[in-house]
Design a protein around this ligand. Structure first.
Ligand code: GDP
Ligand code: IMO
Ligand code: MG
Length: 424
């Protein structure tokens, strides 16, 4: 069997958590491959709303093994909080959650370094989630990091202290006050919680699973336009959010990748700083934020909203080899007379249909096609959809040349419409 990969194609928060939860029953294993507590994946079912950060979104399905892969960065404090919240809801994560020994740890000083770095940048800040993601991945690639497997070693505390000393020197370069003692007890408590879980070589587990014909869903975090290599650098996260990240973040060979499922909103949002060509700084943007309840699942920050950006979507589809699309939040577009879709950009005096390397130094303005809007409340719709929405879907499908197989029309597990996915 092969692993299907599920990815966000925009700037994150496309609705990945909901779809993983919906399609998880088709799989034996759900595995997160990158990111960390910067992610906020929302699941809604049976009147319950739950946000996951580090833990894969298949966790509510008892018979499915959930894996936190080597590409993820883990903050033990956040991990413990999430486990306690899940146990309160009756889940038994100790039974079906495995953690890679190779996953790197986010230390309290990584969080402090993230905050100090952001504060020093003033207006130029990335708008990070302040979860310590950038500094933790810097230590990973700088070959200084601590990994989950290290927590079982007798000299773990010594190695922790050594790294913290380095971080203190770095923190001394900033005008930034902190009290590490405030953060350490909860972090070491979290380490004890992590120790209660099966910490294993998950790459071996997964490759044996393929041999045993088990099916795997690799769950991405963030979105393709936040990828460290292909996103709007430097306004990105610090991991590879594209499909290739599933190979390096889980130890899955490229020839074991099956379907690549791309998740996108029927419009666009972005939280944090950085370019956003189709952003609407007007009443329409405000209306989208309100009807889409566009506030960050991790930080609560208002999300910036705008129309769908096809050149950016095509780029994300190309880089990950997306084979199937799922359109989210179609219900949020109800009530507009006209819905705009960006088909091209005017860039530095030229009309182009791709996302250029530098979208900040030269003027870039979107060129829109007008689509007819619809008024019906899609959240209460059964299986038929308004003809205007059907036209919108067909137009996107034709442009992207990848079938849209599902339309999501509300936050609940059940608010989803399956399509044949036939290109017309
Ligand atoms: P993720 O990070 O990609 O998992 O997405 P988030 O959970 O951060 O953000 C998606 C938000 O939209 C959550 O609040 C979901 O409950 C909600 N949501 C998901 N699908 C739909 C949908 O089709 N319609 C509406 N109105 N809300 C949705
Ligand atoms: P999910 O998985 C949306 C954004 C931050 C910031 C930039 C860098 O829920 O889609 P970081 O903390 O990673 O150093 O922040 O990336 N960002 C996200 N935006 N959804 C996410 O995750 C995000 N994770 C990080 O807002 O702009
Ligand atoms: Mg999110």
């Amino acid at each position: 069997m092969k692993a299907d990969v599920l990815l966000g194609l925009q700037w994150g928060d496309e609705g990945k958590g909901k779809i993983v939860d919906v399609i998880a029953p088709k799989y034996d294993i759900v595995a997160r491959f990158q990111g960390g507590p910067n992610a906020g994946h929302t699941l809604e079912f049976n009147g319950l709303k739950h946000v996951l950060h580090l833990i894969p979104s298949g966790i509510f399905h008892e018979n499915i093994v959930n894996i936190i892969g080597n590409g993820v960065v883990i903050d033990p404090m956040v991990f413990k909080k999430e486990i306690l919240a899940l146990e309160k809801l009756g889940a038994k994560p100790q039974k079906n959650l495995f953690i890679s020994k190779r996953a790197h740890l986010i230390l309290p000083t990584h969080r402090l370094l993230d905050a100090a770095s952001e504060a020093s940048k003033g207006k130029e800040k990335i708008g990070s989630t302040l979860k310590g993601i950038g500094p933790a991945y810097m230590d990973k690639t700088g070959r200084n990091g601590l990994r989950v497997g290290d927590i079982f070693s007798p000299d773990f505390k010594k190695r922790y202290d050594f790294l913290v000393e380095k971080h203190k020197q770095l923190l001394g370069l900033y005008d930034f006050k902190y009290d590490l003692k405030e953060h350490e007890p909860a972090w070491f408590d979290g380490i004890e919680t992590v120790k209660q879980f099966k910490c294993i070589e998950t790459e071996n587990y997964l490759n044996h699973a393929f041999a045993e014909k088990k099916s795997v869903l690799a769950e991405g975090a963030q979105g393709s336009l936040l990828d460290i290599d292909f996103g709007s650098y430097p306004f990105v996260t610090s991991s590879n959010t594209v499909c290739a990240g599933a190979c390096t973040g889980l130890g899955i060979p490229p020839n074991k990748i099956g379907n690549v499922i791309g998740i996108f909103k029927a419009y666009c949002t972005r939280v944090g700083s950085g370019p956003f060509p189709t952003e609407l700084n007007d009443a329409t943007g405000e209306a989208l934020r309100k009807s889409g309840n566009e506030f960050g699942s991790t930080t609560g920050r208002p999300r910036r909203c705008g129309w769908l950006d096809l050149p950016a979507l095509k780029y994300a589809v190309a880089i990950s080899g997306v084979t199937e699309l799922i359109m989210m939040k179609a219900d949020v577009l109800s009530g507009h007379d006209t819905i705009k879709v960006c088909t091209h950009y005017n860039y530095n005096g030229q009309k182009i249909d791709f996302l250029p390397y530098d979208i900040t130094s030269f003027p870039l303005t979107p060129v829109y096609k007008d689509c007819k809007g619809w008024k019906s409340d899609l959240q209460n719709l059964a299986q038929s959809i308004p003809s205007e929405l059907e036209e919108y879907i067909q137009f996107i499908q034709k442009e992207i040349k990848v079938p849209i197989t599902m339309i999501s029309v509300g936050p609940d597990r059940k608010q989803i419409i399956n399509r044949s996915g036939i290109l017309v």
